[in-house]
Write a protein that binds this ligand. Structure first.
Ligand SMILES: *Cc1c(COP(=O)(O)O)cnc(C)c1O
Length: 362
């Protein structure tokens, strides 16, 4: 009885990450808090996949696809939009591979602001586009890739009355660092390793900020190694060169010139971490494994963290705790799921028990 009452009251008292972590965030009593009660996402063990690593390694996923618009971008957006509102902004703008536009649109509309989003024409997953349109964003598809869209919006924010809410907006990272707080709050300390997909490298930077901040106030003893994974066709941090024509089916990390490049390198060296590339085939294998073996449906870019962890598993210390970040929800990208999932899908069956039983193999 008591346990049930406690669980219920915890759930009801969650009021979003700004309220939960207010002392660690750049907000004041007068900051209008624009929230959809983001954060507080589950940290789920994946024991079947952990068996592939062996050596008593514990593997968990931080399922940030369960945020209100289905990706970790909500963590950054509650802060960025609250601060934009506080500063009196009436419109925000972002370049996006999809998830930033969905989050920006939802939070901006909730704050009664216009949201302009620039997306690469033809390379945004269907669910994400549906969200931006439904939330009432003003969507501008450009004949170019994400990197070109980002260049445009950065300049526009300097000459027009629009606030930039890409991850170069410092408040985005402030909000996103709360995911590291949540990990420590649940695990009691930082994990040994954090495996994370890397596109513009805002999220890996934010996690490191969060771990360091908790460490500096004595809330964790360890600092994790940050292991960042890029798609092989969009891996500038591994090759050391911008990629002019990034290609990967993991569209959320289809980025050739990361906005937070220097910060990413700094995090890599400070955390004794590594960047590695994973192929689309490895990403798809992890994507299917998570769904079929663990019951967790993430989007392809998110699966890069698990694909990467499996790729470098020999390096994981015996008995270590590893957290893989699942950045976005699988429902964002139904096309990839239907094209690449391993399906048993028999169609055209007569509506009779005998026919169904036969189709079931009985
Ligand atoms: C934005 C995004 C990423 C990449 O995060 P960065 O901060 O750009 O490195 C990865 N996965 C998903 C699902 C995303 O939406």
């Amino acid at each position: 009885m008591t346990l049930i009452a406690t669980a219920n009251s915890n759930r009801q008292t969650w009021s979003g990450l700004i309220e939960a972590y207010r002392p660690y965030l750049p907000v004041t009593e007068t900051t209008p808090v624009i929230t959809l009660l983001e954060g507080n996402t589950p940290l789920i063990p994946i024991p079947t996949i952990a068996q592939q690593v062996g050596r008593q390694v514990r593997v968990l996923v931080k399922y940030d696809g369960l945020n209100p618009t289905g990706s970790f971008k909500d963590r950054g957006m509650t802060m960025a939009i609250s601060k934009a509102k506080e500063a009196g902004a009436q419109a925000v703008i972002c370049a996006s591979t999809g998830n930033t536009s969905a989050a920006a649109a939802a939070y901006a509309r909730r704050a009664r602001m216009r949201a302009f989003v620039l997306i690469p024409d033809g390379y945004v997953a269907l669910g994400k586009l549906a969200q931006a349109l439904m939330y009432g964003a003003e969507v501008l598809a450009i004949k170019g890739n994400f990197d070109q869209a980002l260049t445009i919006v950065r300049e526009m924010a300097e000459s027009y009355p629009v606030t930039l809410v890409n991850s170069v907006n410092p408040y985005r990272l402030e909000g996103q660092k709360t995911a590291a707080f949540e990990l420590v709050d649940v695990l009691g300390d930082a994990p040994d390793w954090l495996c994370i997909p890397v596109g513009n490298a805002g999220n890996i930077t934010a996690y490191w900020m969060g771990f360091c901040q908790y460490h500096s106030v004595g809330l964790c003893e360890r600092l994790p190694r940050l292991m960042g994974f890029q798609a092989a066709g969009a891996a500038p941090l591994i090759t050391g060169q911008p990629v002019a024509h990034p290609e990967t089916l993991a569209t959320a990390i289809r980025i050739g010139n990361p906005a937070n490049w220097q910060r990413a390198i700094a995090v890599q060296s400070a955390s004794l971490g590594e960047f590695n590339a994973v192929t689309d085939a490895e990403i798809l294998a992890a994507y299917k494994l998570l769904a079929s073996e663990e019951g967790i449906f993430c989007e392809p870019a998110s699966a890069a963290s698990v694909a990467g962890m499996l790729k470098v598993k020999e390096q994981i210390p015996t008995g270590a705790t590893v957290v893989c970040v699942l950045t976005g929800n699988g429902l964002k990208d139904p096309d990839t799921a239907i094209q690449h999932g391993q399906h048993s899908f028999k169609q055209g069956i007569e509506p009779e028990i005998a026919a169904v039983a036969k189709a079931m193999g009985f």
